[in-house]
Design a protein around this ligand. Structure first.
Ligand code: NAD
Ligand code: LMR
Length: 340
Protein backbone atom coordinates (compact mmCIF):
# COMPACT_ATOMS: atom_id res chain seq x y z
CA UNK A 1 0.00 0.00 0.00
CA UNK A 2 2.04 2.93 -1.11
CA UNK A 3 0.69 6.42 -1.45
CA UNK A 4 1.42 6.22 -5.19
CA UNK A 5 -1.18 3.48 -5.58
CA UNK A 6 -3.90 5.38 -3.81
CA UNK A 7 -5.66 7.76 -6.22
CA UNK A 8 -8.57 6.13 -7.99
CA UNK A 9 -8.75 7.59 -11.49
CA UNK A 10 -11.99 7.61 -13.38
CA UNK A 11 -13.13 8.92 -16.72
CA UNK A 12 -16.38 10.82 -16.77
CA UNK A 13 -18.45 11.75 -19.79
CA UNK A 14 -20.48 14.93 -19.76
CA UNK A 15 -22.20 16.50 -22.79
CA UNK A 16 -20.23 14.16 -25.00
CA UNK A 17 -16.86 15.47 -23.73
CA UNK A 18 -14.53 13.15 -21.87
CA UNK A 19 -12.50 14.40 -18.96
CA UNK A 20 -10.70 12.55 -16.25
CA UNK A 21 -11.25 13.08 -12.57
CA UNK A 22 -9.08 11.84 -9.77
CA UNK A 23 -10.76 11.11 -6.52
CA UNK A 24 -9.01 9.37 -3.69
CA UNK A 25 -11.39 7.25 -1.68
CA UNK A 26 -8.98 5.12 0.29
CA UNK A 27 -7.39 6.74 3.29
CA UNK A 28 -5.09 5.70 6.08
CA UNK A 29 -6.24 6.93 9.48
CA UNK A 30 -4.22 6.59 12.68
CA UNK A 31 -5.70 6.73 16.17
CA UNK A 32 -3.00 7.62 18.70
CA UNK A 33 -4.33 6.69 22.12
CA UNK A 34 -6.43 3.93 20.54
CA UNK A 35 -6.75 1.70 23.61
CA UNK A 36 -8.38 4.37 25.77
CA UNK A 37 -11.89 5.41 26.68
CA UNK A 38 -12.19 7.55 23.54
CA UNK A 39 -9.75 5.62 21.37
CA UNK A 40 -11.60 2.30 21.35
CA UNK A 41 -15.10 3.52 20.40
CA UNK A 42 -13.52 6.01 17.98
CA UNK A 43 -11.68 3.14 16.27
CA UNK A 44 -14.95 1.17 16.22
CA UNK A 45 -16.67 4.02 14.38
CA UNK A 46 -13.75 4.60 11.99
CA UNK A 47 -13.67 0.88 11.11
CA UNK A 48 -17.20 1.39 9.75
CA UNK A 49 -16.26 4.36 7.57
CA UNK A 50 -16.04 3.29 3.90
CA UNK A 51 -13.42 5.99 3.20
CA UNK A 52 -11.02 4.36 5.67
CA UNK A 53 -9.09 1.50 4.07
CA UNK A 54 -6.26 1.37 6.62
CA UNK A 55 -6.77 1.94 10.31
CA UNK A 56 -3.62 2.01 12.45
CA UNK A 57 -4.16 1.82 16.20
CA UNK A 58 -1.35 3.18 18.35
CA UNK A 59 -1.13 3.23 22.14
CA UNK A 60 1.35 2.44 24.90
CA UNK A 61 -1.15 0.09 26.59
CA UNK A 62 -0.43 -3.67 26.40
CA UNK A 63 -3.98 -4.35 25.15
CA UNK A 64 -3.40 -2.39 21.91
CA UNK A 65 -2.61 -5.34 19.58
CA UNK A 66 -5.67 -7.10 20.99
CA UNK A 67 -7.92 -4.14 20.26
CA UNK A 68 -6.65 -4.27 16.66
CA UNK A 69 -7.29 -8.02 16.35
CA UNK A 70 -10.77 -7.58 17.83
CA UNK A 71 -11.71 -4.84 15.33
CA UNK A 72 -10.11 -6.70 12.43
CA UNK A 73 -12.85 -9.34 12.71
CA UNK A 74 -15.49 -6.79 11.65
CA UNK A 75 -16.65 -7.37 8.07
CA UNK A 76 -15.84 -3.87 6.84
CA UNK A 77 -13.04 -3.04 4.37
CA UNK A 78 -10.58 -1.16 6.60
CA UNK A 79 -7.43 -3.18 7.34
CA UNK A 80 -6.57 -2.76 11.01
CA UNK A 81 -3.07 -2.83 12.45
CA UNK A 82 -2.01 -2.51 16.09
CA UNK A 83 1.14 -0.66 17.20
CA UNK A 84 2.26 -0.72 20.82
CA UNK A 85 4.89 1.54 22.37
CA UNK A 86 6.98 4.43 21.03
CA UNK A 87 9.20 2.16 18.93
CA UNK A 88 6.14 1.23 16.84
CA UNK A 89 4.77 4.75 16.38
CA UNK A 90 6.73 5.52 13.19
CA UNK A 91 5.29 2.43 11.46
CA UNK A 92 1.81 3.40 12.65
CA UNK A 93 1.93 6.92 11.17
CA UNK A 94 3.82 6.13 7.95
CA UNK A 95 1.75 7.12 4.88
CA UNK A 96 -1.07 8.40 7.11
CA UNK A 97 -3.60 10.82 5.69
CA UNK A 98 -5.10 11.64 9.07
CA UNK A 99 -3.77 11.18 12.61
CA UNK A 100 -6.42 11.55 15.31
CA UNK A 101 -4.92 12.02 18.78
CA UNK A 102 -6.87 11.20 21.95
CA UNK A 103 -3.69 10.02 23.79
CA UNK A 104 -3.28 11.34 27.31
CA UNK A 105 -4.91 11.50 30.71
CA UNK A 106 -8.48 12.69 31.31
CA UNK A 107 -9.83 14.85 34.16
CA UNK A 108 -11.03 13.72 37.55
CA UNK A 109 -13.59 15.73 39.55
CA UNK A 110 -12.15 19.03 40.79
CA UNK A 111 -9.56 19.29 38.01
CA UNK A 112 -9.49 21.81 35.18
CA UNK A 113 -8.36 20.84 31.69
CA UNK A 114 -5.24 22.93 32.28
CA UNK A 115 -4.34 20.60 35.17
CA UNK A 116 -3.71 17.94 32.50
CA UNK A 117 -1.08 20.05 30.74
CA UNK A 118 2.00 18.70 32.55
CA UNK A 119 1.22 15.08 31.65
CA UNK A 120 -0.29 15.53 28.21
CA UNK A 121 2.06 18.16 26.72
CA UNK A 122 4.97 15.75 26.24
CA UNK A 123 2.66 13.03 24.89
CA UNK A 124 1.33 15.31 22.15
CA UNK A 125 4.79 16.77 21.49
CA UNK A 126 6.30 13.31 20.92
CA UNK A 127 3.47 12.13 18.67
CA UNK A 128 3.66 15.37 16.65
CA UNK A 129 7.42 14.96 16.35
CA UNK A 130 6.99 11.44 14.95
CA UNK A 131 4.32 12.65 12.51
CA UNK A 132 6.65 15.46 11.40
CA UNK A 133 9.37 12.92 10.61
CA UNK A 134 7.30 10.08 9.17
CA UNK A 135 4.08 11.56 7.78
CA UNK A 136 4.72 15.29 7.30
CA UNK A 137 1.75 15.69 4.97
CA UNK A 138 -0.77 14.08 7.32
CA UNK A 139 -3.56 16.08 8.90
CA UNK A 140 -3.51 16.03 12.69
CA UNK A 141 -6.76 16.23 14.67
CA UNK A 142 -6.01 16.76 18.35
CA UNK A 143 -8.53 15.65 20.97
CA UNK A 144 -6.12 15.58 23.94
CA UNK A 145 -6.72 18.26 26.58
CA UNK A 146 -6.07 21.04 27.10
CA UNK A 147 -6.83 21.41 23.36
CA UNK A 148 -6.21 25.19 23.52
CA UNK A 149 -2.53 24.48 24.35
CA UNK A 150 -2.01 21.15 22.58
CA UNK A 151 -2.63 22.58 19.09
CA UNK A 152 0.08 25.25 19.59
CA UNK A 153 2.44 22.52 20.88
CA UNK A 154 1.94 20.33 17.79
CA UNK A 155 2.25 23.38 15.53
CA UNK A 156 5.54 24.50 17.12
CA UNK A 157 6.96 20.97 16.79
CA UNK A 158 6.05 20.89 13.09
CA UNK A 159 7.54 24.38 12.62
CA UNK A 160 10.81 23.24 14.18
CA UNK A 161 10.87 20.28 11.80
CA UNK A 162 10.22 22.65 8.87
CA UNK A 163 7.01 20.90 7.81
CA UNK A 164 4.31 23.09 9.38
CA UNK A 165 1.17 23.64 7.33
CA UNK A 166 -1.46 25.51 9.37
CA UNK A 167 -4.19 23.98 7.21
CA UNK A 168 -3.31 20.56 8.62
CA UNK A 169 -3.43 20.98 12.38
CA UNK A 170 -6.90 20.96 13.93
CA UNK A 171 -8.05 21.04 17.53
CA UNK A 172 -11.19 18.95 17.89
CA UNK A 173 -14.04 21.05 19.30
CA UNK A 174 -16.80 19.04 17.61
CA UNK A 175 -18.13 17.78 20.94
CA UNK A 176 -19.08 21.34 21.92
CA UNK A 177 -21.12 21.63 18.70
CA UNK A 178 -22.70 18.21 19.23
CA UNK A 179 -23.67 19.12 22.80
CA UNK A 180 -25.07 22.50 21.80
CA UNK A 181 -27.20 20.82 19.12
CA UNK A 182 -28.35 18.11 21.55
CA UNK A 183 -29.44 20.66 24.16
CA UNK A 184 -31.13 22.95 21.63
CA UNK A 185 -32.91 19.99 20.05
CA UNK A 186 -34.30 19.10 23.47
CA UNK A 187 -35.39 22.68 24.21
CA UNK A 188 -37.02 23.17 20.80
CA UNK A 189 -38.50 19.67 20.64
CA UNK A 190 -36.81 18.95 17.30
CA UNK A 191 -34.45 16.28 15.97
CA UNK A 192 -31.02 17.51 17.19
CA UNK A 193 -29.36 16.40 13.94
CA UNK A 194 -31.30 19.16 12.17
CA UNK A 195 -29.87 21.88 14.46
CA UNK A 196 -27.03 24.03 13.06
CA UNK A 197 -25.12 25.92 15.74
CA UNK A 198 -21.59 27.32 15.61
CA UNK A 199 -19.48 27.07 18.76
CA UNK A 200 -16.43 29.32 18.58
CA UNK A 201 -13.35 30.27 20.62
CA UNK A 202 -11.61 27.28 22.19
CA UNK A 203 -12.29 24.17 24.22
CA UNK A 204 -12.36 24.98 27.93
CA UNK A 205 -14.70 26.90 30.22
CA UNK A 206 -15.09 30.53 29.19
CA UNK A 207 -13.33 29.96 25.87
CA UNK A 208 -16.29 27.83 24.68
CA UNK A 209 -18.66 30.32 23.02
CA UNK A 210 -21.89 28.90 21.63
CA UNK A 211 -23.25 31.46 19.19
CA UNK A 212 -26.87 30.89 20.11
CA UNK A 213 -28.02 33.93 18.12
CA UNK A 214 -26.96 32.06 14.95
CA UNK A 215 -28.75 28.81 15.78
CA UNK A 216 -30.91 27.34 13.04
CA UNK A 217 -33.69 26.83 13.99
CA UNK A 218 -33.69 29.77 16.41
CA UNK A 219 -33.44 28.69 20.05
CA UNK A 220 -36.90 28.80 21.61
CA UNK A 221 -35.88 30.69 24.72
CA UNK A 222 -37.48 34.03 25.35
CA UNK A 223 -35.54 35.61 28.19
CA UNK A 224 -31.84 36.41 28.43
CA UNK A 225 -31.48 34.54 31.75
CA UNK A 226 -32.34 31.27 30.04
CA UNK A 227 -29.95 32.00 27.16
CA UNK A 228 -27.18 32.60 29.69
CA UNK A 229 -28.03 29.38 31.57
CA UNK A 230 -27.89 27.39 28.31
CA UNK A 231 -24.57 29.02 27.41
CA UNK A 232 -23.17 28.07 30.82
CA UNK A 233 -24.44 24.49 30.45
CA UNK A 234 -22.66 24.11 27.10
CA UNK A 235 -19.47 25.63 28.56
CA UNK A 236 -19.59 23.29 31.56
CA UNK A 237 -20.90 20.16 29.82
CA UNK A 238 -17.53 18.43 30.06
CA UNK A 239 -17.51 19.03 33.82
CA UNK A 240 -21.10 17.71 33.99
CA UNK A 241 -19.81 14.38 32.59
CA UNK A 242 -16.68 14.37 34.78
CA UNK A 243 -18.86 14.82 37.89
CA UNK A 244 -21.36 12.18 36.77
CA UNK A 245 -18.57 9.65 36.13
CA UNK A 246 -17.34 10.38 39.68
CA UNK A 247 -13.64 9.70 39.17
CA UNK A 248 -14.11 7.31 36.23
CA UNK A 249 -12.87 9.81 33.64
CA UNK A 250 -14.50 12.29 31.29
CA UNK A 251 -16.64 12.09 28.15
CA UNK A 252 -15.60 9.14 25.99
CA UNK A 253 -18.57 7.88 23.96
CA UNK A 254 -19.97 11.25 22.91
CA UNK A 255 -16.38 12.29 22.17
CA UNK A 256 -15.79 9.22 20.03
CA UNK A 257 -18.98 10.09 18.11
CA UNK A 258 -17.84 13.71 17.70
CA UNK A 259 -14.29 12.67 16.77
CA UNK A 260 -15.56 10.25 14.14
CA UNK A 261 -17.76 13.01 12.70
CA UNK A 262 -14.79 15.38 12.44
CA UNK A 263 -12.56 12.64 10.98
CA UNK A 264 -15.22 11.82 8.40
CA UNK A 265 -15.49 15.50 7.46
CA UNK A 266 -11.70 15.73 7.00
CA UNK A 267 -11.73 12.65 4.73
CA UNK A 268 -14.68 13.95 2.71
CA UNK A 269 -12.70 17.15 2.21
CA UNK A 270 -9.57 15.22 1.17
CA UNK A 271 -11.68 13.25 -1.27
CA UNK A 272 -12.69 16.49 -2.96
CA UNK A 273 -16.26 16.84 -1.71
CA UNK A 274 -17.38 20.46 -1.69
CA UNK A 275 -18.98 22.43 1.13
CA UNK A 276 -17.70 20.25 3.95
CA UNK A 277 -17.89 22.51 7.00
CA UNK A 278 -17.15 21.83 10.68
CA UNK A 279 -16.03 23.95 13.60
CA UNK A 280 -12.39 23.39 14.59
CA UNK A 281 -9.68 25.15 16.59
CA UNK A 282 -7.13 26.28 14.00
CA UNK A 283 -4.40 28.83 13.31
CA UNK A 284 -6.25 32.09 12.93
CA UNK A 285 -5.94 35.81 12.41
CA UNK A 286 -9.58 36.65 13.14
CA UNK A 287 -8.93 37.82 16.70
CA UNK A 288 -5.95 38.62 18.90
CA UNK A 289 -5.66 34.90 19.66
CA UNK A 290 -3.42 33.15 17.15
CA UNK A 291 -5.56 30.00 17.35
CA UNK A 292 -9.33 30.17 17.37
CA UNK A 293 -12.25 27.82 16.75
CA UNK A 294 -15.05 28.59 14.30
CA UNK A 295 -16.54 27.02 11.18
CA UNK A 296 -13.94 26.07 8.58
CA UNK A 297 -14.34 24.57 5.14
CA UNK A 298 -12.40 21.35 4.69
CA UNK A 299 -10.85 20.42 1.36
CA UNK A 300 -8.11 18.47 -0.38
CA UNK A 301 -5.41 20.10 1.76
CA UNK A 302 -7.18 20.22 5.12
CA UNK A 303 -8.58 23.61 6.11
CA UNK A 304 -9.39 25.21 2.76
CA UNK A 305 -11.16 28.31 4.01
CA UNK A 306 -11.74 29.94 7.39
CA UNK A 307 -15.42 30.92 7.37
CA UNK A 308 -15.16 33.25 10.36
CA UNK A 309 -17.89 33.66 12.92
CA UNK A 310 -20.20 36.31 11.50
CA UNK A 311 -22.22 38.73 13.58
CA UNK A 312 -22.27 38.33 17.37
CA UNK A 313 -24.88 39.95 19.60
CA UNK A 314 -23.90 42.11 22.59
CA UNK A 315 -23.89 39.16 25.02
CA UNK A 316 -21.75 37.02 22.69
CA UNK A 317 -19.33 39.93 22.23
CA UNK A 318 -18.90 39.94 26.03
CA UNK A 319 -18.25 36.20 25.98
CA UNK A 320 -15.62 36.72 23.29
CA UNK A 321 -13.98 39.45 25.37
CA UNK A 322 -13.74 37.08 28.33
CA UNK A 323 -12.37 34.24 26.19
CA UNK A 324 -9.48 36.07 24.54
CA UNK A 325 -7.17 36.54 27.58
CA UNK A 326 -7.66 32.88 28.51
CA UNK A 327 -6.88 31.75 24.96
CA UNK A 328 -3.79 33.97 24.81
CA UNK A 329 -2.54 32.43 28.07
CA UNK A 330 -3.24 28.85 26.92
CA UNK A 331 -1.53 29.43 23.56
CA UNK A 332 1.53 30.97 25.17
CA UNK A 333 1.82 28.06 27.63
CA UNK A 334 1.80 25.61 24.73
CA UNK A 335 4.30 27.55 22.61
CA UNK A 336 6.65 28.08 25.57
CA UNK A 337 6.62 24.37 26.33
CA UNK A 338 8.21 23.64 22.96
CA UNK A 339 10.41 26.70 22.63
CA UNK A 340 11.33 27.05 26.34
P1 NAD B 1 -8.09 7.32 28.70
O1 NAD B 1 -7.18 7.38 29.87
O2 NAD B 1 -9.27 6.43 28.77
O3 NAD B 1 -7.28 6.94 27.40
C1 NAD B 1 -6.10 7.58 27.06
C2 NAD B 1 -5.23 6.60 26.32
O4 NAD B 1 -4.02 7.29 25.99
C3 NAD B 1 -4.84 5.36 27.14
O5 NAD B 1 -5.14 4.19 26.42
C4 NAD B 1 -3.35 5.51 27.35
O6 NAD B 1 -2.64 4.28 27.38
C5 NAD B 1 -2.98 6.34 26.12
N1 NAD B 1 -1.70 7.00 26.26
C6 NAD B 1 -1.14 7.58 27.33
N2 NAD B 1 0.08 8.03 27.04
C7 NAD B 1 0.29 7.74 25.74
C8 NAD B 1 1.36 7.94 24.85
N3 NAD B 1 2.50 8.54 25.25
N4 NAD B 1 1.22 7.53 23.59
C9 NAD B 1 0.09 6.91 23.18
N5 NAD B 1 -0.95 6.69 23.98
C10 NAD B 1 -0.85 7.09 25.24
O7 NAD B 1 -8.56 8.84 28.41
P2 NAD B 1 -9.75 9.32 27.46
O8 NAD B 1 -11.01 9.39 28.25
O9 NAD B 1 -9.73 8.53 26.21
O10 NAD B 1 -9.30 10.83 27.16
C11 NAD B 1 -8.15 11.10 26.40
C12 NAD B 1 -7.91 12.59 26.29
O11 NAD B 1 -8.97 13.21 25.55
C13 NAD B 1 -7.86 13.33 27.62
O12 NAD B 1 -6.81 14.26 27.61
C14 NAD B 1 -9.21 14.05 27.69
O13 NAD B 1 -9.17 15.17 28.50
C15 NAD B 1 -9.40 14.38 26.24
N6 NAD B 1 -10.78 14.70 25.85
C16 NAD B 1 -10.97 15.70 24.95
C17 NAD B 1 -12.23 16.02 24.50
C18 NAD B 1 -12.44 17.11 23.49
O14 NAD B 1 -13.58 17.54 23.30
N7 NAD B 1 -11.43 17.56 22.78
C19 NAD B 1 -13.34 15.32 25.00
C20 NAD B 1 -13.13 14.29 25.91
C21 NAD B 1 -11.83 13.99 26.33
C1 LMR C 1 -15.09 17.41 27.42
O1 LMR C 1 -15.46 18.55 27.06
O2 LMR C 1 -15.89 16.52 27.73
C2 LMR C 1 -13.63 17.11 27.45
O3 LMR C 1 -12.87 18.25 27.23
C3 LMR C 1 -13.21 16.37 28.67
C4 LMR C 1 -13.25 17.20 29.90
O4 LMR C 1 -12.27 17.16 30.65
O5 LMR C 1 -14.26 17.87 30.17
Amino acid sequence: FSRALKPVASVAVQNGAKFSTTSQKNFKVVVAGAAGGIGQPLALLLKQNPLVTRLALYDIAPVTPGVAVDLSHMDTPAQVTGHKGPEELAAAVECADLVVIPAGVPRKPGMTRDDLFNTNASIVRDIADCVAKNAPKAIMAIITNPVNSMVPIASEVLKKAGVYDPAKVLGVTTLDVVRAAAFIGEINGVDPTTVKIPVIGGHSGVTIIPVLSQSSPAVKLSDQGKIEALTKRIQEAGTEVVKAKAGGGSATLSMAYAGARLACAVLRGLKGESNVVECAYVKSDLTEASYFANPVQLGRNGVEKNLGFGQLNAYEKELLKAAIPELLKNIKTGENFVNK
